[in-house]
Design a protein around this ligand. Structure first.
Ligand code: ADP
Ligand code: MG
Length: 238
């Protein structure tokens, strides 16, 4: 059973097609990186998977069940954004518990889940702080915590590190890999940074202008790029 499959997915905005029939199969527990230049459709594809945009044609399957018409809340998916999008007036614990509150998870269980996620992310001492009192890396951890508390089937990350400085970015890459190992979950991670893709992915999907150019392991892409675009993109410095 594939946790996530995307079948012939297209997306148009006002009659203008930006995704032209995307097919991707993702295995259980896989760390998949979607990589490609700015504007190629990475965020749009993630938003289709999450249900934040309606698919134009095609299907999205989670555990072999078609979810394209389901409300985002009813898909077993959590998304982490580049902008963190933390609620400034809520503490770390409240930020992390919010999506559970929206799903009617009651306090004893909610607190237990928040504490467990905080433990995994090293956020336990910060649960009573507010976003403005946190560093960039800590805010990013809280954003991940909000996703983890829900224990979703699939995590979606949209360029989660692009607001961080270079040193912290390298550290957070490693942290996210460790997190993936701990949670044994399926991750779809978007970046325009090929170094990030090569160092983090089990499987890389190279997108260009709304098409999949190649899907393969980092080594496969490096050794046998499908075409000059993939070769140039993967081989060039960040
Ligand atoms: P990426 O994340 O790879 O940088 P996006 O998915 O954001 O790319 O965008 C892909 C294309 O879709 C771009 O041409 C962008 O302008 C267009 N696009 C994205 N969202 C919208 C929208 N809400 N309305 C119209 N066009 C959009
Ligand atoms: Mg984007």
């Amino acid at each position: 059973m594939a946790p996530l499959a995307i079948r012939r997915a297209t997306k148009s905005f006002g009659g203008f097609e930006v995704l032209h029939g995307i097919d991707i199969d993702i295995e259980d527990g896989e760390f998949v990186v979607l990589v490609g230049p700015s504007g190629c459709g990475k965020s749009t594809l993630l938003r289709l998977i999450a249900g934040l945009e309606d698919i134009t044609t095609g299907e999205i399957l989670i555990d072999d069940k078609e979810v394209s018409r389901l409300h985002p809340k009813d898909r077993d998916i959590a998304m982490v954004f580049q902008s963190y999008a933390l609620y400034p007036h809520m503490s770390v614990a409240e930020n992390m518990g919010f999506s559970l509150r929206m799903r009617d998870v009651k306090p004893p269980e909610r607190d237990r889940k928040v504490q467990a996620a905080a433990e995994i992310l090293g956020l336990t001492p910060l649960l009573d702080r507010y976003p403005r009192q946190l560093s960039g890396g800590q805010r990013q951890r809280v954003a991940m915590g909000r996703a983890i508390v829900r224990d979703p089937k699939v995590f979606l990350f949209d360029e989660p590190l692009s607001n961080l400085d270079a040193k912290l970015r390298v550290q957070m890459r490693a942290e996210i890999r460790v997190l993936h190992k701990k949670l044994k979950t399926t991750i779809v991670y978007v970046t325009h940074d090929q170094i990030e893709a090569m160092t983090m992915a089990d499987k890389i999907v190279v997108l260009r202008d709304g098409h999949v150019e190649q899907i393969g392991s980092p080594l496969e892409l490096y050794d046998t790029p499908a075409n000059a675009f993939v070769g140039g993109f993967i081989g060039s410095p960040a």
